[in-house]
Design a protein around this ligand. Structure first.
Ligand code: ATP
Length: 251
């Protein structure tokens, strides 16, 4: 079953056309990798899926769980199970990290008709995850990402993700700023969610992250659309020959 179905999507930012007729289908439980040269529109696609305020969808459709995603507010998309890990996670000074985690999960639970967790239940759940991820609990008392190192920001995103148990995860350059050990930990954390129910769209420039999070399908984006679709062999061609080595006929 398709979890996400994008048909002929067109997106502008500040009146500039960034995406022009993009098609993409992601089945439940599949991992898709999206590659493409700098500035080709990969993050813009992620923003279109999550409902970022800066982008303007001018055509096409996105169906998620068979619902019209483009008609939903960003909060509803999140509550229905879409999670995005940002290329550069924002610092939110003044908002306590533990409060942020608790509120996000309880809002999602409330939206989905589940009982809210009380403080003790929530703390137990969160501390189990920090222990498993090797995160120092001191980060829970700090403001969200405020003064965190690049790697700490990414692992904090992973903590949010594992707590919220999303159905569709979008990882925008999750490997940037991570050292080898942190990348391995993040890869293991993501793999824990890959139980055949969770789908992943991973945006990356490098094969190394795909050694940890194995894609079922690989896409190459250029000129505002997906121009090539195949398996991991595409990544090997890109590593060897760059984007010039890819013929742009979609397959
Ligand atoms: N707020 C904005 N205002 C104007 N142009 C923008 C804005 N955001 C993105 N763009 C432009 O949209 C194009 C696509 O950007 P996007 O971030 O989607 O590319 P990308 O494929 O993710 O690139 P990278 O691999 O370098 O991260 C770029 O030319 C970028 O300058």
């Amino acid at each position: 079953m398709n979890l996400l179905e994008i048909d002929n999507l067109k997106v502008n930012i500040n009146d500039k056309e960034i995406i022009n007729g993009l098609n993409l289908k992601i089945d439940k439980g599949q991992v898709h990798a999206l590659m493409g040269q700098n500035g080709c529109g990969k993050s813009t696609l992620a923003k279109a899926i999550t409902g970022h305020f800066a982008i303007n969808v001018t055509g096409g459709s996105i169906k998620y769980k068979n619902l019209d995603l483009l008609n939903m507010e960003p909060e509803e998309r999140a509550n229905r199970g879409i999670f995005m890990s940002f290329q550069s996670p924002r610092e939110i000074p003044g908002v306590n990290n533990l409060y942020f985690l608790k509120t996000s999960l309880n809002l999602k639970r409330e939206f989905n008709g589940q009982e809210e967790l009380n403080s003790a239940q929530m703390l137990k759940k969160i501390k189990t995850l920090t222990k498993e991820l090797g995160i120092d609990d001191k980060v829970l008392k700090r403001y969200v990402n405020d003064g965190f190192s690049g790697g700490e920001k990414k692992t904090n995103e992973l903590l949010q993700m594992l707590l919220l148990e999303p159905d569709l995860i979008i990882l925008d350059e999750i490997d940037s700023g991570l050292d080898i050990d942190a990348l391995k930990r993040v890869g293991e954390g993501i793999n824990r969610l890959l139980d055949g129910k969770t789908s992943v769209l991973i945006i990356t420039h490098y094969k190394r992250v795909l050694d940890y999070i194995k894609p079922d399908v690989v896409h190459v984006m250029a000129g505002g659309k997906i121009v090539k679709t195949g398996d991991i062999s595409i990544v090997n061609i890109l590593e060897d020959k760059g984007y010039g080595g890819i013929d742009n006929a979609s397959s």
